[in-house]
Design a binder for this molecule. Sequence first.
Ligand SMILES: *Cc1c(COP(=O)(O)O)cnc(C)c1O
Length: 408
Amino acid sequence: MFRKTRLFTPGPTPLLPAAQFAMASADIHHRTAEFRALYSKVLAQLKLFVGTQNDVIVLSSSGTGAMEAAVSNLTSPGDRVLVLSAGKFGERWVALAKAFGCQVDLVSAPYGQTFDPSQIRAALHADTRAVFVQATETSTAVRHCIQSIAETVRTSAPQALLVVDGITGLGTTHFDVDAWGIDVLIGGSQKAVMIPPGLAYLSVSERAWAAMETSKNPRYYFDLRKERKVAPKGESAYTPAVALIAGLGAALDYIAGQADGDLVEGRKLLIENAQTCAAMTRAGLTALGFTLFAPDAPAAAATAVAVPEGLDSGAVVKTLKARFGAVIANGQGEMQGKIFRIAHLGFFDYMDTIALLGALEFIARDPLRLPVQFGQAVAAAQQVFASRQAAPADPNTCLCGRDQCCRN
Ligand SMILES: *Cc1c(COP(=O)(O)O)cnc(C)c1O
C-alpha cells in the first residue's frame, strides 16, 4: 500500500495548508507598509491567542531562543532563581540559568510526575528573583498546574517573576495570564500554531519590563526592549522571518475561523480539540495494555506511553513509520527506548486519532506481541469521543488528575 507521511510528533507538528500557501506567497520586504500591516495584525492576534493585555514579542528563533531571552533579560549574575524541573525541558531551564550566572534552587519531580506544592512553597525565598517552569513538560507528557504554581509564587514570594515555558502548553491548556500573574509566557511556532519551526513568541508583563531596566546580564539580539520599542510601528528590530509571520497570520485566521472569526473562542476550541484527542489516545492505548507514563497529570499536548519491560519503544517508532508512514517520537535522554510519545497539539482531529490507534493495534501485535484484538483501541477511543460529545468537558476543570486538585 501507499503510505502517506503524517507527523504525530510534539514539534514539529503537521502544517496547516492555508499557512503553507501564505508562506509560499510571502514575497514582501520587511520595511514596507505591506509588511507593517501584516505584522501589526499578527501581533494583535497573538495577544488574543495568548489571552493577555501584556505586550507579545515575536523572535526569529526556535522556542529555546525565547527561553534564553527570558533568562538574559530578567536576571543578573549571582541572582537567586528557582527552577521547577521534571524532565528534559526543565533541565534546559537549569542549564540556561547557570549559563547566565544565576544561583539555581531546584525543585524536581521524577520523570512522569508533577511537583509537590509544599516543596515549591519551601523553596521560595525573599530574594528569589524569578521562577522558571514548563506548563507541559513535553519530554514526559506531564502537565504542571500553572494556576496553583502561580498562586504559590504570588503568596510566598511576591517579588519573584514567574516565567512559564508554554511552548506546548499554549493551544492545549487554559491560561489566565494577567489574573494569575504570569510575567512571561513563551510559545513556539512549530507546536500548536501549525507552522514550521523558526518563530518564538512571548508575552511580557509590566513588572518584567521594569525588571529588565536593572538586570545586568548581557543581551543583544534578544534584547526584548528593542523589539518593544519598534513593534507599535509594525516593525521588528532586525530582519524578521517574514514568511513564518505570514504563515502565523493565516494559522491564527484559521483558528478564529473555527469559531465564526472569534479568535478567543477559536483558541478554546483548539484546546478542547487537543484534550479530546489526548483523552481518546489515553483510553485507546490503555485498552491495548500499555502503561501511561504520566497517569496522574497527563498533558493534552502529547501522550507518553511506556512499553512493557524488555521491549524497545524505538521498535514502535520505527515500525509505525515503515508500515504506516506515521511519525511519532521516542523518549528523550534516559527515556529513550522506554517510552514513545504521540502529539495532539495543533492540526489533529478525530480521524487522525482513530487512524493512528488503528495502526497501533497492528504494532502491538507485531513486533510487541501483546494479546490484542482488532478494534480494541479504536472502540475505547470512540467511547471517549461519544461521551465527550454528549457531555463536553468543562474547559475550566483542572486536569491535574489528583483526587484533591492541586489548586485547592
Ligand atoms: C519544543 C519545546 C521547546 C523548544 O524547543 P526548540 O527546539 O528550541 O523549539 C521548549 N520547551 C518545550 C516544553 C518544548 O516542547
